[in-house]
Ligand binder design. Structure first.
Ligand code: AHG
Ligand code: MN
Ligand code: MN
Ligand code: MN
Length: 336
């Protein structure tokens, strides 16, 4: 590859599609629409503060959270972009109580279902801290041409065809997997294209970063408290104490740990026995990426992706990142 040669996301998707015999290109077409919506949201995120896109939207979502204007903006733009591609029959979003079925000719014949957290880290929007979008794609299990049903969405994470996130940070990145490794693309605003910048991401087996909201310390399970103390003890042989880093945006915390090594923890607490993060459109897609990059993702007892979902917005405790760190905290949770 010469110094100036770039591989754009469009080229990358096309090259990949050409390696799949008799591929109709529907999946590639869908990914292209995801990247278009990502660029539109990125444009608003970058102008936030100059246009009327900050602050509360004035209503609460199904989660009981105050919706931000950018939550609604991102949700609307991703729904329109995914509807427009004609490959998806229905979409589920953090911001919508039930799934949306695209009940027109194009929608009914869509082979896929799309799940998303349109704007992750909403509490950070108004203070100019990195936020993201998370998505997950499955093949529908109901017959093409019929109305989608909940069973199309309640599939275990192991059935995902693709998962990824967009990180609206110091640069805007799209990171995704289709089950053959994880690749990262950085948006070059001068040409408006996502360009391959992080080929075949592999996360370190060990790390020195732990990410958890220690404000909830008193409510954590004993094993989590013991693990936090383990991270804080002085031990030169294992390069402890580790470093605590917590942004409050899952995508940003996960992405940093993916590249540097580390563990992200959102555990169950006395007041939230299933934790906070949602299985279908936060934990499963992040888990797919973690495992494809050589890491792990667990609910403290089992692989996140093996959990059989029972409802769209169900929450699970979430431990993910470097595989040796996740394995260790699983032992702590068992032993204490
Ligand atoms: P969302 O903004 O999509 O509702 O998700 C926020 C999540 C996640 O991004 C982050 O890791 C976590 O909430 C932070 O929660 P706390 O503020 O309770 O630590
Ligand atoms: Mn989120
Ligand atoms: Mn969200
Ligand atoms: Mn939210």
């Amino acid at each position: 590859m010469t110094k100036f040669e770039v591989t754009t996301l469009s080229e990358y998707i096309l090259n990949k599609q050409m390696t799949i015999p008799q591929s109709r290109g529907g999946f590639s077409h869908l990914l292209h629409h995801v990247s278009t919506a990502a660029r539109m949201v990125n444009r608003e995120v970058n102008k936030a503060g100059l246009v009327d896109i900050l602050g509360e939207a004035g209503n609460t979502n199904v989660q009981g959270e105050d919706q931000k204007k950018l939550d609604v903006f991102a949700n609307d733009h991703f729904i329109d972009a995914i509807r427009g591609c004609g490959e998806v029959c229905a979409i589920a979003s953090e911001e919508n109580e039930s799934f949306i079925f695209f009940d027109d000719e194009k929608g009914r014949n869509g082979k896929y279902v799309f799940l998303m957290d349109p704007l992750d880290g909403s509490s950070n929007i108004d203070v100019n801290v990195s936020i993201g979008t998370i998505f997950s794609i499955y093949r529908r299990v109901t017959p093409v041409g019929e109305k989608a049903s909940m069973e199309d969405f309640l599939q275990p994470g192991t059935a995902q065809l693709a998962a990824g996130y967009i990180l609206y940070g110091s640069s805007t990145m799209l990171v995704y997997t289709t089950g053959n490794g994880v690749n990262g693309f950085t948006l070059d605003p001068s040409i408006g294209e996502f360009c391959l910048s992080h080929r075949h991401i592999q996360t370190p087996e060990d790390g020195r970063i732990y990410s958890i909201n220690e404000g909830n310390y008193k409510k954590f399970p004993k094993g989590v408290k013991k693990y936090i103390k383990y991270c804080q003890e002085r031990d030169d042989a294992t390069q402890r104490p580790y470093t605590s880093r917590y942004i409050g945006s899952l995508v940003a915390d996960f992405h940093r740990n993916l590249l540097k090594g580390g563990i992200f923890i959102y555990p169950e607490t006395e007041t939230a026995p299933l934790g906070k993060l949602r299985l279908l459109y936060e934990c499963n897609p992040i888990a797919f990426l973690a495992e494809q990059a050589g890491g792990r993702a667990s609910n403290g007892e089992k692989r996140i992706m093996e959990i059989q979902p029972t409802s769209l917005h169900q929450r699970v405790p979430f431990y993910t990142g470097s595989k040796n760190m996740v394995a260790m905290i699983e032992d702590y949770l068992t032993d204490f």
